[in-house]
Design a protein. Structure first.
Length: 302
């Protein structure tokens, strides 16, 4: 194995490396490569399993407030379940904290988790604690999805239309990354009334997360600058690459998209582009009609 640095292969190079060692199970429906693993469950449902880890100094700072940090920790998990077309059920929480951290801070952190858990009918069923120099929160989440409602990243097809559920960019500045409400209601609306061909939640930025769909679907995309919804005060670069918007990014077949666009909805949705052949690339169409490659404009962890 080449002795490369992590910065040379990036997060998804690392994930691909780990996937080679993970092994396979004949009962596994979907493993590494989506927002959640898909496991056998009942005759009509699959079990969904996902996990997220939040680190002090990377995903939050203490001055953000303990309850807001707890809210975010669980909301990230619920967002992953929503991106699969499922509903959340149970969580276990692992917490690493400094020994000198005040009990009130930890109490308020769990209050933030608990408040959102009640809102989404999620039950905290266990966890673990350890000493750490900084605060670390890791949540593992089990959900379920009706087999007919499951949406993967790999189903996008040529001519499918691409949508997002809200304005993008500036999540750190406007504190959306701490306050967002997971788009579970939007996800359930979509899977119950339409049939998304692919879906993901936008955690690493529009460019990065759409590329995940394209890689899994072996497709390309044209994205139109004039249609990208931007948060207030946000420029195009930020809308493409800022992480932690946690809006849903999804595709619909032309037939379903036309029906979708003609239906009155209780939620905002924005058309931003279309799926094309892989050989046509991942392209941004500027306001003046010029095309540019946008495949490398997203957020990178390493």
């Amino acid at each position: 194995m080449p002795n490369k640095k992590l910065s040379q292969i990036g997060e998804f190079g690392l994930i691909n490396l780990i996937a080679k060692l993970a092994g396979k199970s004949k009962n596994l429906i979907k493993g590494i490569g989506d927002d959640a693993a898909v496991l056998p469950y009942t005759k009509d449902k699959y079990l969904l399993l996902t996990t997220d880890m939040l680190l002090e100094g990377v995903h939050f700072v203490q001055k953000d407030g303990a309850q807001a940090i707890g809210h975010k920790a669980l909301a990230c998990n619920i967002s992953d379940i929503a991106a699969m077309g499922g509903v959340p059920i149970w969580v276990v929480i692992s917490l690493g904290v400094p020994a000198n951290l005040k009990i009130n801070f930890i109490w308020d952190l769990y209050k933030g988790v608990s408040r959102l858990a009640k809102k989404f009918n999620v039950t905290i069923v266990g966890g673990d604690t350890n000493a750490s120099s900084k605060i670390i929160i890791s949540i593992a989440h089990l959900g379920e999805v009706a087999k007919k409602d499951l949406v993967l990243r790999s189903g996008a097809k040529k001519n499918d239309m691409i949508f997002v559920t809200g304005p993008l960019g500036g999540s750190l500045k406007n504190k959306k990354h701490l306050q967002f409400i997971p788009r579970l209601a939007e996800s359930q609306y979509l899977v119950k009334h339409f049939k998304p061909t692919a879906m993901i939640d936008i955690s690493d930025g529009l460019a990065s997360d759409l590329k995940h769909i394209l890689d899994q679907s072996k497709a390309g995309a044209f994205v139109y600058e004039k249609f990208i919804p931007k948060a207030k005060g946000v420029n195009l670069k930020q809308a493409l690459s800022d992480g932690e918007d946690f809006e849903l990014l999804f595709t619909l077949s032309p037939k379903e998209a036309n029906r979708f666009l003609g239906t009155k909805k209780d939620f905002p949705f924005f058309y931003i582009g279309r799926i094309v052949d892989k050989k046509e690339g991942f392209v941004l169409i500027n306001q003046d009609g010029r095309a540019e490659d946008i495949s490398l404009k997203g957020f990178r962890h390493f």
